[in-house]
Ligand binder design. Structure first.
Ligand code: NAP
Length: 280
């Protein structure tokens, strides 16, 4: 049924479980800040229901959704239009319901990763030398795609499970060099960008322990983990004189393109945004 009254735009985040997600706090902050009549809600959807739910939401006024664990890969089989970068990464995190009824899927994690480094390490020049990336999971794929896009000359990767790192080389090409996990510290030699994309160092997980003796004090060091904000890895890198950037900014920046498409305003990522998310 059509209506003459404008609908209040709805968006949300679909995951399973979803209670831990900070996205509702973040989008809620932006909606209030810009006085936008809209809502963003957490949606706990089991994998078996994902397709049905996604086809139903637009009929209820949803203009799009974020997609998180465990649906980020499966969504590519459901969406009608998939951006090249989402296809290359093999996962999507942002859906837009188009007026023609088709579901558009994109991956904004890589853009969020780059925007976080540019904002918090303004002198960072990724073209100046190699990047060292620890881990080869879904987040690493987005990080590697983004590093290639901004012109990093060489990307060194090590992962506990070697075949996942090898897959990154075959998918992303000759700029990617794979190292053994036990020799991962060697990747630091001359690296100007250093990123932990593993889940290590997160509250409740073992620490990320890699000897940092080879770390160049000029390097920009980033941890994708944001609970805690200052991981042991970042604290050690800071002690060695490096510029360190925590993972929260990536979470904030990856959300901005979706908010803009759904609610019509590019949101700012600043201290107030961080505080709103941390306070929740
Ligand atoms: P994922 O696909 O499950 O990959 C997990 C990665 O961590 C793999 O490389 C895995 O190695 C490694 N790992 C896990 N436990 C390990 C252990 N005990 N020893 C060595 N390596 C271990 O997860 P993901 O989506 O890539 O996420 C990875 C991390 O990034 C998580 O902490 C997540 O919260 C964070 N993240 C942050 C943002 C942000 O916005 N800041 C965005 C996305 C993800 P194996 O392949 O050997 O298992």
């Amino acid at each position: 049924m059509t209506t003459d009254h404008p609908r209040i735009p709805l968006a949300g985040v679909i995951g399973h479980p979803i209670a831990h997600s900070r996205s509702p706090l973040l989008h809620g902050h932006w909606l209030r800040r810009y006085g936008i009549k809209g809502h963003y809600i957490p949606l706990d959807v089991a994998p078996a229901d994902l397709s049905d739910v996604l086809r139903t939401l637009p009929r209820m006024g949803f203009v799009g959704v974020n997609i998180t664990i465990p649906h980020k890969e499966a969504i590519l089989k459901i969406a009608d239009i998939i951006t090249d970068r989402a296809a290359l990464i093999g996962a999507a995190n942002t859906l837009i319901y188009r007026k023609d009824g088709r579901i558009h899927a994109d991956n904004t994690d890589g853009a969020g990763f780059i925007a976080n480094l540019r904002q918090n390490a303004p002198h960072w020049d990724p073209t100046r030398g190699p990047a060292a990336v620890f881990g080869a999971g879904g987040a690493a794929r987005a990080v590697v795609a983004a590093l290639i896009e901004v012109g990093v000359p060489e990307i060194r990767i090590a992962n506990r499970t070697r075949p996942r790192a090898d897959a990154l080389r075959s998918d992303f090409g000759a700029k990617v060099m794979v190292s053994e996990w036990v020799q991962a510290a060697n990747m630091l030699d001359g690296a100007v960008t250093v990123v932990n994309t593993t889940a290590l160092g997160m509250t409740g997980k073992p620490e990320f322990r890699v000897p940092l003796d080879g770390l160049n004090p000029d390097a920009v060091v980033n941890d994708l983990v944001y609970t805690p904000l200052m991981t042991q890895f970042l604290a050690e890198a800071k002690d060695r004189g490096c510029t360190v950037v925590d993972g929260l900014g990536m979470l904030l920046h990856q959300a901005a393109p979706g908010f803009e498409r759904w609610f019509g305003r590019r949101p700012e990522v600043d201290d107030a945004t961080r505080e709103a998310v941390l306070a929740g």
